[in-house]
Write a protein that binds this ligand. Sequence first.
Ligand code: ATP
Length: 207
Amino acid sequence: MLNVESLACQRGGRWLFRDLAFTLNPGQLLHIQGANGSGKTSLLRMLAGLSSLDDGAICWREQSISSAREDYLTEMLYLGHAPAVKDDLSVRENLTVSCRLAGLQPDAKVVRAALETVGLNGRLHLPARVLSQGQRRRLALARLCLDKRPLWILDEPFTALDVHATQWLEMQLEAHLAEGGLVILTTHQTPRVAEQRLHILSIEAGR
Ligand SMILES: Nc1ncnc2c1ncn2[C@@H]1O[C@H](COP(=O)(O)OP(=O)(O)OP(=O)(O)O)[C@@H](O)[C@H]1O
């Protein structure tokens, strides 16, 4: 369903990777591995349509993501490395606004329930700037409860999460995959999902 061919990425005059190719189907999770600076975030940004390609093609449902960009954006959810949280908005406002920007209109009860699910009950009206790093990550990840797009692209979603939140995220990933969703993520740990769903892509310098 997501098909990548001959993908190449150049940064600062050097190749981070070349001739990268894979296909990801419903129910599969692709774990992108690589050392710091190997190009994982650069790859995810290309897959999310946020960076141009230096070579190759990315197709979703057999259409190039650049030519069918609008359709692609309605089916893909990207959560970046830094939680996209606005400090001056409350916890509840942050989730509401991020959903609205994604074209969703969740009602207040649904937003509250999602925030309770990620353990932010009792903090709904606090400004996001007072949250801990783990709580900021939980707030960003609450989108996963509300935004049911088939393709999730997640850059280091486990960063700063405690054991409980890590288990919660793994359950979200499993449930999404079981419903036929697709996941691409980076993490420096091994995501605990069913072995048959897990695929690994290793980026090494220039390859
Ligand atoms: N605009 C740019 N100009 C020059 N170099 C860049 C640019 N953007 C990224 N880089 C370099 O490309 C390399 C890959 O960066 P990237 O963020 O993709 O790595 P990463 O694998 O996600 O790293 P980490 O595991 O540390 O998060 C780094 O060496 C980075 O400095």
